[in-house]
Design a protein around this ligand. Structure first.
Ligand code: GLA
Length: 563
């Protein structure tokens, strides 16, 4: 996890003396790629388990609309496990219970999943479906789940099933890992194969499925899931289920949520090195408004998911949501933090005492940073955030807005302090002047080039030069130790019509896959976080791509430890 705060101005001066800084630029400046935000919606699992059927889905979809959640941005209605019978016909098609999925309007056939999709679409919503990457789904291994014990996973039927989902009209697919795990399959391999099947289904039907990978963080999906198989956006689960173990007696309807699990799923979901440009860590479906959490805990839960830019898939029974839970789920200013178009994950910038934490996430508008002052202890305490920690000019002035109270608190120089009650959090929007980022050119002679990489003139991009990746070419930037961790803005060109991927390896850590969306000829920028080291030798940031074509890197700019 990224832990330390951002560095000092002295560090910047030192860097500028010793390293080939070719100029500074405001961070996250123009040419930013606009990214698909984290998905928002509802899923059947937490509250309905295997009892999901047409009635449940219609009621929940109606409630999503009447509660105001649709208006706030929630638009997926996702069917989780339990929607199918657990067998296939002779042609290998998944069999569906016609009573569970009856005719909803004239002209339909009972047992056709497109009936419910049409209903969901008629409300202006999108529809999600579920399967397993292995031979059998989770229920097969959990008899407690009741009668609908699905033997059906999608293994050996990837093309057939994902084409079927697209033909039925679904817009989203969650792919679980119970079968895959039992069979000891390699998740990186299986989920890439599924991504290819999803892309093939899209080419055949013109219909895309948003890809939700659910293997609970096994084999570190954050290192291989972003852009796997060429998908243009996806999410990957980073931990086990928030709602505790399945209760005996078949159905875990209204399972009891626990705040400890909310916190622990949040902690396990922090992999900011992987979150970028439409690719998101998924700490699981939300349990806001479910039995087990207080109003304060619901609010903290929402704040945690928003600061981490997580998918917002609610799991409570929407027909029973209290007014306060609905208000928490639909606070537009908090949702805007989650949905911010930079698509970054917040990082822990300070932890002055155990359990007292300052989280921060830079937002797309220059000078804007979301901040969460989180008190995980049992006593009320003042918590401070400094502008330096979050990447603003250290002694500048900034406005502070409390996003839950929806009020500007005032104008503050250098820092802000709030008293936060035990187990509570304050969520702030701090708007000030960003410190300048330091720009490192790809064409600088102090970089290492490998695998035949060469520097070319930049042409249409602003000055300098570019280095093309692909074909095992490598480009290594050497960056002096910085005090803590940093967000990196990467300036690049991808003139291909589709996403190109490259790996970024920082200091010998496991490389992370980064997807570079098309930019045309003029180039663009994306941002991610990097876990840099505070002392010792230079940080080595190596970009590589073994595909035949890779993006052309123009420069990287550091926010954080470098300023
Ligand atoms: C796993 C997933 C859950 C849910 C169930 C269904 O536990 O993590 O989100 O989909 O399977 O059985």
């Amino acid at each position: 996890m990224l832990k330390n705060g951002f560095g000092s101005l002295l560090a910047v001066l030192a860097l500028q003396l010793f390293f080939p800084v070719i100029g500074s630029s405001p961070l996250f400046a123009a040419n930013r790629i606009s990214v698909p935000p984290p998905p928002m919606g509802w899923s059947s699992w937490n509250s309905f388990s295997n009892t999901v059927d047409s009635n449940v889905i219609m009621q929940q979809a109606n409630a999503l609309v009447s509660s105001g959640m649709q208006k706030a941005g929630y638009h997926y209605i996702n069917l989780d496990e339990g929607w199918w019978l657990g067998d296939r016909d002779k042609e290998g098609n998944i069999l569906v219970d016609p009573k569970q999925w009856p005719v909803l309007q004239p002209g339909e056939r009972a047992g056709d999943m497109s009936n419910i999709v049409r209903y969901i679409h008629s409300l202006g919503l999108k529809a999600g479906i579920y399967t397993d990457a292995g031979e059998a789904g989770c229920s097969f291994y959990s008899p407690d789940l009741g009668p609908r014990r699905a033997h059906t996973g999608s293994e050996n039927h990837y093309d057939q099933d994902f084409l079927q989902f697209a033909k039925w009209g679904f817009d989203y697919v969650k792919v679980d890992w119970c079968g895959g795990s039992r069979e000891n399959l390699d998740p990186a391999v299986q989920y890439a194969a599924i991504a290819h099947a999803i892309e093939r289904a899209k080419r055949l039907t013109g219909h895309s499925l948003f890809y939700s990978i659910c293997n609970w963080g096994k084999n570190s999906p954050w290192t291989w899931a972003p852009g796997t198989g060429g998908v243009t956006a996806d999410i990957w689960r980073t931990s086990g289920d928030i709602v505790g173990p399945i209760v005996a007696n078949s159905i875990r309807a209204n399972g009891k949520a626990s705040f400890q699990k909310v916190l622990s799923n949040f902690d396990q979901g922090i992999h900011p090195q992987a979150q970028h440009t439409g690719f998101y860590n998924d700490p699981d479906m939300m349990v806001i408004g479910m039995p087990g959490l207080s109003e304060t805990q619901n609010r903290v839960h929402m704040s945690l998911w928003a600061i981490s830019g997580a998918p917002l898939i609610e799991g409570a029974d929407l027909t029973k949501l209290s007014k306060s839970a609905t208000a928490i789920l639909t606070n537009s200013e908090v949702l805007a933090v989650d949905q911010d178009s930079l698509g970054l994950q917040g990082i822990l910038v300070a932890q002055p005492n155990p359990g007292i934490q300052v989280w921060s996430k830079p937002l797309a508008r220059p000078g804007e940073h979301a901040v969460l002052l989180l008190n995980r202890t049992a006593a009320s305490t003042p918590i401070s955030v400094t502008w330096k920690e979050i990447g603003l000019k250290p002694s500048s002035s900034a406005t502070v807005r409390d996003l839950w109270v929806r009020k500007n608190v005032g104008q503050f120089t250098s820092s802000y302090t709030a008293t936060v009650s035990a187990g509570d959090a304050a969520m702030l929007l701090v708007h000030g002047t960003d410190a300048e980022g330091i720009r490192y050119a790809a064409g600088s002679p102090s970089n290492d080039l490998g695998g035949g990489a060469i520097t070319k003139p930049c042409g249409p991009c602003s000055g300098g030069s570019r280095v093309a990746l692909g074909g095992r070419r490598t480009l290594t930037f050497k960056i002096a130790p910085v005090q803590g961790d940093a967000y990196i803005q990467i300036s690049y060109i991808n003139s291909d019509p589709s996403i190109l991927t490259a790996q970024l390896q920082v200091n010998g850590q496991i490389p992370t896959s980064i997807a570079f969306p098309p930019t045309g000829n003029s180039g663009g920028t994306i941002a991610i976080a990097a876990n840099l080291k505070p002392a010792g030798n230079n940080n080595r940031l190596t970009f590589s791509s073994s595909a035949s074509a890779g993006p052309e890197i123009i420069s990287i700019s550091l926010l954080g430890g470098s300023r």
